[in-house]
Design a binder for this molecule. Structure first.
Ligand code: ZN
Length: 245
């Protein structure tokens, strides 16, 4: 009789030497971070076509910064890594997990202590001056926003979040690192991504072609289920917490 899927996953992880995890919005949602739309409340009073768009940011940066002050910051300051983030950081400590590639901008992998994180869309806890490149952290940005909108650097430059806005391309270096990690790994685990947009759709395919085992943990179907070795229609934190327990 075949093992149950959790036992199978445990044995795959036990034998693995180079695990790459790929995380999407589902993993953030498990930490109470809503996705763009349908979050309810104050969040819906802001239009993502404005606060997340580079052209709009350059036209009216205060719009983003009001969204940051009223919506993003209150959520971020209280958001904690969930058991999924923590389990991955533990696997990294054990030398198993070599990289986390993420589409999420909440920085929760870093908060969980993960050292090697490839952030495809940047990190909304980091900010920099568009003039002198000076960087700020979350609380520094929040403090500036309390004084003026939009916040300005001491050099007079405009401060922006270190994220990829709509209308900007993904950072080439991060993309290359993500491809390299995917090609080198022996296990590729998808966590909370529906794998429909690029490069999410492509990275697991790269890994699989090079002989890696593909594990998909996501609520709902994904287009790559047919090539996966194991599929869990479940929250990532629920499955990962069973691995390290
Ligand atoms: Zn500056």
């Amino acid at each position: 009789m075949p093992d149950n899927p959790i036992s199978q996953l445990k044995s795959i992880i036990r034998d693995a030497t180079d695990i790459v995890a790929f995380s999407g919005a589902g993993l953030s949602a498990e930490s109470g971070i809503p996705t763009y739309r349908g979050a309810g409340g104050l969040w819906n009073e802001y239009d993502p076509d404005k606060y997340a768009n580079i052209d709009y940011f350059m036209h009216d940066p205060s719009y983003y910064w009001r969204f940051f002050r009223d919506v993003r910051y209150p959520i971020l300051k209280d958001a904690k890594p969930n058991e999924g983030h923590v389990a991955l950081a533990k696997m990294e400590g054990q030398g198993k997990c070599k990289s986390v590639i993420t589409q999420n901008i909440d920085g929760l992998h870093v908060e969980a202590g993960q050292k090697r994180v490839i952030e495809l869309h940047g990190n909304t806890r980091r900010f920099y001056c568009m003039n002198c490149s000076d960087s700020l952290n979350l609380s520094e940005a929040h403090e500036l926003v309390g004084r003026e909108l939009p916040p300005k650097c001491s050099c007079g430059g405009l401060i922006r979040p270190d994220v990829v806005f709509f209308g900007e391309s993904l950072p080439q270096e991060a993309l290359e690192e993500a491809s390299r990690a995917s090609l080198e790994c022996d296990v590729f685990i998808v966590l909370g991504s529906s794998l429909v947009v690029q490069p999410a759709a492509q990275l697991p395919v790269l890994a699989k072609r090079r002989g890696a085992q593909l594990i998909i943990i996501n609520i709902g179907e994904t287009p790559l289920e047919g090539m996966a070795d194991l599929v869990f229609d479940e929250n990532a934190s629920v499955i990962l917490s069973q691995l390290v327990s």
